[in-house]
Structure formats: C-alpha cells, structure tokens
Design a protein around this ligand. Structure first.
Ligand code: NDP
Length: 491
C-alpha cells in the first residue's frame, strides 16, 4: 500500500455531484502516522449547508425517495454493501492515512460497515405500524410509520465509515433525505460513500455531504429550520451543545456520546479469556474508542496475577506504521489528543498510580505514536479512572466485592458500556441488572452485531442505533382513526 504522492482532493457532495465550497478553500489533512498531506477536503460554510439542505428538502418533498417501496430501497442499500467490499482497499487506505489506525483493522471495519448496510437493507422491508381493533364496532385505528424528513448527521474521527454506516442506511431505509458532516480530520470515506450511493441508484439530493469544521458546518445543521432531526456521534461536551442548539425548532436529537467503561473481573474468571479481552478492549484503535475498557475493576484475590499476565501480553502489541501489516497500534489522531492522553498518564501517577507498562511516546522518525500503557492501583474516583482518556491507557482499580465494583462502575457521568468476567451466573446476572450502561458484556468485550441496539445511559447519549428499531428512530408515528357507519351526533 502506497501513500499518494499528492493529496487526494475532495469537494462537497451536493445534489448528486462533487461541488466546490463557497469558501473556495480546502483543509489539508496530514497523515498522523507519516507527517505528509494525504487529503485536501473542501472547507464548507453555512451557505453550503443551506444549499445541501435545500437539495435534501426538495427531494424529500418530491417523494422521489420517500415514496419508494421498501423493496426498492432495500435493493439499493444491499448494492452499497457489495460496492463497499469492491472498493475496500481504497476505503481502508484512506481511513488509515487520515486516522492513523492499522490498515488491517481499517480493512475489517469496511467489512463490518458492509454488514450494517445489509442489515439496514433487510429492515427496509420490515417497517410496520400497529392496528387497534378494540375501540368498539364503529372505530378502527392504525399507526403509520413515516420518514421524519430531512435529517442532519454529524460524525467523529475515530471510526469514520463505520459510524456513518450506523446512521446513513437507517435514515435512508426510513425514506428520509439527509445531510452528513463528517469530522474535518477524516472526511474522505464519507464522500466516497456518497459516490457509491449514486452508483447504486440513490436519486440525487437524497444524501448530501458538507465537509468542514464543527463551527460553521455542524452548527448550521443544528440551527437549520428545515432539518427535523440531528443524529450525532461524538463527545459529551459537543453533544450537550448540539442538544441545546437543536432545541431552536425542537428537532429530535439522537446522541451517541463518550464512555468510561468498566470491565469487572471476579476471582473465579477465566484469566486466559480476560487478558485477551482486556487487551483488545483497552488498545483496539489505540484506545480511541468510545467502548474502550479503559478501567478494569479486578478482584484483589487475583489482581497481582492478572496484572502480570496482562502486562506481558500487552507488551507483545506492535506499535508502528499502520501500513505495516504487523501494526496493532497505529498513530494518535492529532497533537491535542496526544497531549490530553499524556496529561492523564501524568495525573494518574500524581494520584498514586504505578506504571506497569508504557507511559510515554514511542520515538519514531515520522508520526505520533504512544506506548500501550497500563496503570495499576489507580484510585477509583481519580480523573484517570473516571474521565474519558480516549487513548491507549488502561487504569486498573482493585476491588474486594462485586457490590463495590458495581458501585464504582456506576459512579461516573457516563453509561455507555460495562462488563463482567465471572463463571458464576448469579454474579453475572446481578451485574447485568445493576450496571447502568447501554451494553453489558458477560465474559466478552467489544462484541457487537447490527442486530443488537447500541447507545448510552446517562451522559453517554440519547436514543439507540442499530438493532431492530434502528429505522424507527428516523420516523414519526402517525395515528389514523377510521370512523365507520353512521356518525353519532355530538349530543
Ligand atoms: P467531537 O464531539 O469533538 O466532534 C464530533 C463531530 O461534531 C465532529 O464532526 C465535529 O466537527 C462536530 N462538531 C464540533 N463542534 C460542533 C458544533 N458546535 N455543532 C455541531 N457539530 C460540531 O468528537 P470527536 O470527533 O473528537 O470524537 C471523539 C468523541 O466521540 C469521544 O468523546 C468519543 O467517546 C465519542 N464517540 C462516541 C461514540 C458512541 O457511539 N457513543 C462512538 C465514537 C466516538 P469537527 O471536529 O470536524 O470540527
């Protein structure tokens, strides 16, 4: 795989074609792994958002997409899944160059995304309302599921194609038109996705991509009076700001936000399974993962043994150029993030934690790499153990009982995911019920399927993606009531 000699240039995607921004300027993305420009992305403006929303609204009102049958939509979504696989190498390379993630991982994320498109394709044909036939002889009622209208989709940099694929196909399955704004750091694959949708038969204007910064582009989407819903994935701080802005015309808001996910390890757990899951959970995507197992609450009876084994196992992870096929941890997305991560490591040490592994930068000629880091004896309520680090840093907190572990796990503002490793089904069930999180894993971690809903409790979000109701999120429910026979007078 080669790095392109000149950065690949992308314009906005509006009304089914690449079109320059009114700003006439481009944002150059440097590969965080190679320190060279890899893409030049149009810097969109509020005026571009207006153009894109107008195109989406026009197509929505024309019914060119909203009035198609589920079968027609399904065929297009399924074709997209196949085309994603055909263009897998190109997509994976762009994701790696813009984000720094290992190429082999980016490759499997394209496959995962294609699977989601197939799931959405199936749901197109299973969007049902209800009927009510118990209202008396002269009344019958039904509900209709209708597309909510034009939706605004805003995505982060850590899984660009994957997260776009958790939104776009379900919005389209519902019959909505959409405008999507990817992160300014990782926009390329979302633009290619739009091109693929056209190739597969999506009418022009149904999906538009406006690239650019959160302010003005994301902000303009949230303020726009013709947008009925915002689906956002990103940080809790920005999520709160978006919810406040979107209240301007009472848009529906679906938020997938940050997490500080606790993996509980009891003293009867299968240690082979735990160290493998903990390593994956903490270091997958360099820990830049909303579902990272960034804190492990381990029973004191096995803690020493667990830490020793996990440290030895994590040492084997190769931190290097993400284009190298041995790479398991690639580059960190940008300097701000790198400094934030190093700050949390320093704060952890100041609070009394000890470093078992890593703790600093990996010195390389090019790029920005951090060591896989394990901190032990982290105080349960310290910043490192309760705030989202979003980097390859694992905090180990030692616990005495399951009740204590559950209490610590629930003592953060977040509630995205959590999990327990134990061979005692009573403990597993107790934790599954008591953990305040949208996903609870038992004897596994980071396992997801498009069939299963995903979302957060508390400040990890609002609403759910994926699962059997993913399309319903993008619909309104209308009640239709039929009065039968001769009308009974008012009095
Ligand atoms: P941010 O919240 O910084 O940004 C997310 C998106 O919002 C970007 O496209 C950004 O634009 C845009 N944005 C920024 N400001 C505004 C605004 N005022 N109005 C509208 N849009 C705006 O998140 P990151 O990109 O840094 O991603 C990391 C975060 O995402 C982490 O907290 C992580 O936990 C969370 N996340 C959650 C997931 C989940 O499913 N729960 C999954 C993946 C990540 P730009 O940055 O281009 O300026």
């Amino acid at each position: 795989m080669k790095i392109p000699e000149t950065p690949k240039r992308f314009d906005l995607w509006i009304d089914g074609a690449f079109t320059p921004s009114t700003s006439a300027s481009y944002m150059t993305r440097q590969s965080p792994a190679h320190d060279c420009p890899v893409t030049a992305i149009a810097a969109g403006t509020a005026a571009d958002v207006d153009r894109a929303v107008a195109s989406a609204l026009q197509t929505f009102e024309s019914g060119v997409w909203a009035n198609t049958s589920g079968a027609e939509r399904s065929a297009i979504l399924y074709a997209v899944a196949e085309r994603l696989i055909e263009r897998k190498q190109e997509l994976a390379l762009l994701e790696t160059l813009e984000s720094g993630k290992p190429l082999a991982q980016a490759d499997s994320e394209v496959e995962w995304a294609a699977g989601i498109w197939k799931h959405a394709a199936a749901l197109c044909r299973h969007l049902y309302g209800q009927s009510c036939n118990t209202l008396g002889a002269s009344t019958v009622s039904m509900t209709l599921r209708e597309p909510i209208g034009v939706v605004g989709l805003i995505t982060p940099w850590n899984f660009p194609l994957l997260i776009a694929s958790q939104k776009v196909p379900y919005a389209l399955a519902a019959g909505c038109s959409a405008v999507i704004k990817p992160s300014e750091l990782t926009s390329a694959t979302t633009l290619i996705l739009a091109e693929i949708l056209k190739e597969c038969g999506l009418p022009d204007g149904v999906l538009n991509v406006v690239t650019g910064y959160g302010d003005p582009v994301g902000q303009a989407l949230c303020e726009h009076k013709d947008i009925e819903m915002i689906s956002f994935t990103g940080s809790t701080t920005v999520g709160k700001a978006i919810a406040a802005t979107a209240a301007c015309n009472l848009k529906k808001v679906c938020l997938e936000l940050g997490g500080k996910n606790a993996m509980i390890v009891m003293d009867d757990a299968d240690l082979d399974a735990v160290v493998d899951a903990a390593r994956l959970g903490a270091f997958f995507n360099m820990g830049e993962c909303c579902n990272a197992s960034s804190r492990i609450l381990v029973h004191e009876g096995i803690a020493d043994q667990f830490v020793e084994r996990l440290t030895a196992f994590a040492k084997e992870l190769s931190v290097c150029d993400p284009l190298d096929e041995t790479s398991k941890l690639g580059a960190i997305i940008n300097e701000t993030q790198e400094q934030k991560i190093l700050g949390y490591i320093a704060a952890g040490q100041k609070d009394g934690a000890t470093i078992c592994l890593g703790g600093g930068k990996v010195e390389t000629e090019k790029g920005r790499y951090l060591e896989a880091t394990i901190l032990d004896h982290v105080p349960a309520d310290s910043a490192t153990a309760t705030e989202e680090v979003f980097g390859p840093v694992l905090s180990i907190v030692r616990i005495k009982t399951l009740d204590e572990a559950i209490s610590i796990a629930n003592r953060t503002a977040y509630g995205l995911s959590a999990g327990i490793f134990t061979n005692d089904y009573n403990q597993a069930m107790k934790a599954s019920r008591a953990l305040r999180a949208g996903t609870v894993w038992v004897n596994t971690w980071l396992e997801g399927h498009p069939e299963l809903s995903f979302g957060g409790y508390k400040q990890s979000g609002l609403g759910r993606e994926l699962g059997s109701k993913a399309v319903e999120e993008y619909t309104e429910e209308k009640t239709v009531l039929f009065s039968l026979g001769k009308r009974q007078p008012w009095w």
